[in-house]
Write a new protein. Structure first.
Length: 221
């Protein structure tokens, strides 16, 4: 949805409806932030579990209430779960970006607040940031803003390693799947299906990511 379409929708509704809509948006942003953090945590646990199977001398492992009897036997299924989490994370992040865009237009039009960052899809203005639930991703993103601060370029350099972390799940998934593809003939039927589904879900994730990036660029031009 383009900014002009969002503005038109706001101006064609009453203040009461807009207040209800804003409350709903903020509540949804809060829920999405929790889902994002939970998904990232589960992904981290799966990474540790996958490599723990290689270095662990024990035959089983206990994670909270869950007991895994044979670590090595589940390694081939970890990429499938991980691929689904990547897909889920991309979906959530895309939806979150759309909500943030709507709220930025809302604060600009409804509160008569104007900031250069409201027209910048990569950065969040201070007023909208105070309305939204706290997000470490938004806070880190503001480090690279080159507006009021003379150190924006320095901040952008500092967060390059953090930005690169976004590629780590894709790289790990590729490494894992490549290993199982090489040993594909030795896998049983269930394991082969798991590998095929992992590739399929990862392909959908990449397509969805690229597709939404193209749409976002067109809407902001």
């Amino acid at each position: 949805m383009k900014n002009l379409e969002i503005t038109e929708m706001f101006r064609n509704n009453t203040d009461d409806k807009l207040n209800i809509y804003l409350s709903t948006l903020l509540a949804k942003c809060k829920d999405i932030e929790k889902e994002n953090n939970l998904t990232a945590l589960i992904m981290l646990i799966l990474i540790l579990l996958f490599y723990m199977a290689d270095i662990s001398q024990t035959e089983s492992i206990q994670i909270g209430p869950v007991s895994i009897k044979d670590i090595n036997s589940i390694k081939v299924f970890i990429p499938l779960v991980f691929a689904f989490l990547i897909f889920r994370y991309i979906l959530i992040s895309a939806h979150k970006a759309e909500l943030h865009k709507i709220i930025k237009v809302f604060t600009k039009d409804f509160f008569n607040f104007n900031d250069l960052r409201q027209d910048d899809p990569l950065h969040m203005d201070d007023f909208t940031r105070t309305i939204l639930p706290f997000s470490i991703y938004v806070e880190l993103g503001n480090l690279s803003y080159k507006g009021k601060s003379k150190f924006g370029c320095f901040g952008a350099i500092l967060i390059i390693p953090i930005s690169g972390l976004a590629l780590v799940p894709f790289i790990l998934e590729f490494i894992w799947i490549k290993k199982f593809i090489i040993d594909f003939s030795t896998l049983n039927f269930t394991q082969k299906i798991s590998v095929i589904l992992s590739i399929w879900i990862l392909a959908i994730s990449l397509y969805y990511f690229v597709h939404n990036m193209i749409i976002a660029v067109k809407e902001n031009n």
